[in-house]
Design a protein around this ligand. Structure first.
Ligand code: PEP
Ligand code: MG
Length: 394
């Protein structure tokens, strides 16, 4: 979000847009422009480096495999499976098709779209997330029902909205089931706050399976159900939920905004929204530990998994399936290629436990591995010892 931009930009102005840093420079000076050009060249080189890693196995130095998947939402995104060598789509945001459409997409259109996506994925799995609309993703044709909320992110959105609009969810369920005829359907529900919501959503899918079975339609060969963990309350009832699901995906984007009570879309709160904070690391560790022994696949599908340092922390916390920019995570694996042995996991846990860092450790300290190592060294040197993070530049 760029505020007041219309007062600052005139017709014909040159703009330098850096989507990664979410910055725009208006009427750049010659030297800024030159720096930008250099950055573009660097970026091309980086792209080439990523491309060269495409077929390298995603394993740590001590041979622990990491499953890397991409996030997608449009048909065009599917080409990234080939370019990155990712193992599948860990999060397919089905609402994108609804957001770019002027009217509610009808069942046949949805079905064709989901089938196209599955065809494009070939043998690779695709996890379809049911509609996550409301909040910052308002649909023009549902606007009247969602626009009056004071706190839309905490409001009538995602699964809450879908369960109340059972017709909408039934249509989507049927389209997904029909599109997956003879194949595995992986379906995931967003913003589950309590296990009964998962039960009700699953019942809608099972109801459609029965209905289509009676019509003698070909059904999916298997349906796997999963939930997103992005509402912190769900972590308190995992013992009830885990026996019901096949996979759990931690949505760190929303989870972090809820844990810190900090709007993820407000740039003024960016510094309060830190994936490397003890609160987040401890929370994720607790969730991962709770899932142990339940035969449930655990993944991270928020942006955290696609950032170099944060991905390292996730590897250390054994949240081993990362969904997002797999090339970034691969770079983590190959430079400096960490060892996810007990010691490394222990080191990250040490950070999660000890962060007696007085809240002063933020992602902005982590611009490069050396920087963060130095920061930690300076901060922790008075406490036990710095056996943590030696691996960052090893
Ligand atoms: C998340 O909340 O982490 C997530 C992956 O979902 P979205 O960003 O679409 O809300
Ligand atoms: Mg979310």
């Amino acid at each position: 979000r760029v505020r007041g931009v219309r007062h600052k930009v005139r017709d014909g102005d040159m703009l330098l847009l850096n989507a990664d840093e979410k910055s725009v420079i208006v009427r750049p000076s010659a030297s800024t422009e030159e720096t930008f050009q250099h950055e573009l060249v660097d970026r091309q080189k980086k792209k080439a480096r990523y491309a060269a890693m495409r077929d390298d196995p995603a394993v740590t130095k001590d041979n622990v495999p990491i499953t890397l998947m991409i996030n997608a939402g449009l048909r065009d995104d599917m080409s990234a499976l080939a370019t990155t060598g990712a193992e599948g789509v860990g999060l397919f945001r089905t609402e994108f098709q609804f957001l770019i459409s002027a009217t509610l997409p009808q069942r046949e259109r949805q079905q064709r779209f989901y089938r196209d996506v599955l065809d494009a994925a070939g043998d690779k799995p695709v996890i379809f997330r049911t509609l996550d609309i409301g909040g910052d993703k308002a649909l023009p044709y549902l606007k009247d029902e969602t626009s009056e909320e004071e706190n839309p992110a905490l409001g009538w959105r995602a699964l809450r909205l879908s369960l109340d609009h059972a017709g909408l969810m039934k249509t989507q369920a049927r389209a997904l089931i029909e599109a997956s005829a003879g194949r595995t359907l992986n379906v995931m529900f967003p913003m589950v706050s309590e296990p009964w919501e998962f039960d009700n959503a699953k019942a809608i899918f099972e109801g459609q399976m029965t209905f289509l079975g009676k019509l003698k339609k070909q059904l999916p060969s298997k349906v796997r159900y999963g939930a997103m963990l992005e509402v912190p309350a769900l972590a308190e009832t995992l013992d009830i939920l885990l026996p019901k699901i096949q996979f759990l995906s931690i949505g760190t984007n929303d989870l972090t905004q809820f844990l810190f009570a900090a709007d993820r879309a407000d740039p003024r709160l960016a510094e309060r929204y830190d994936w490397l904070s003890p609160a987040i690391l401890r929370f994720i560790k607790r969730v991962v530990d709770t899932t142990d022994g339940h035969g449930v696949d655990v993944a991270v599908c928020g942006e955290m998994g696609g950032r170099s340092l944060e991905a390292l922390a996730l590897i250390g916390l054994s949240a081993l399936t990362d969904s997002l920019s797999s090339h970034v995570v691969k770079e983590v694996l190959y430079r400096p290629r960490p060892c996810r042995d007990e010691l490394i996991a222990h080191k990250i846990r040490f950070l999660a436990k000890t962060c007696g860092l007085n809240g002063s450790f933020t992602s902005s300290h982590a611009t490069n591995h050396f920087g963060i190592a130095m920061f930690l060294f300076q901060t922790l040197k008075k406490s036990t010892s710095l056996w943590g993070f030696g691996f960052l530049w090893a």
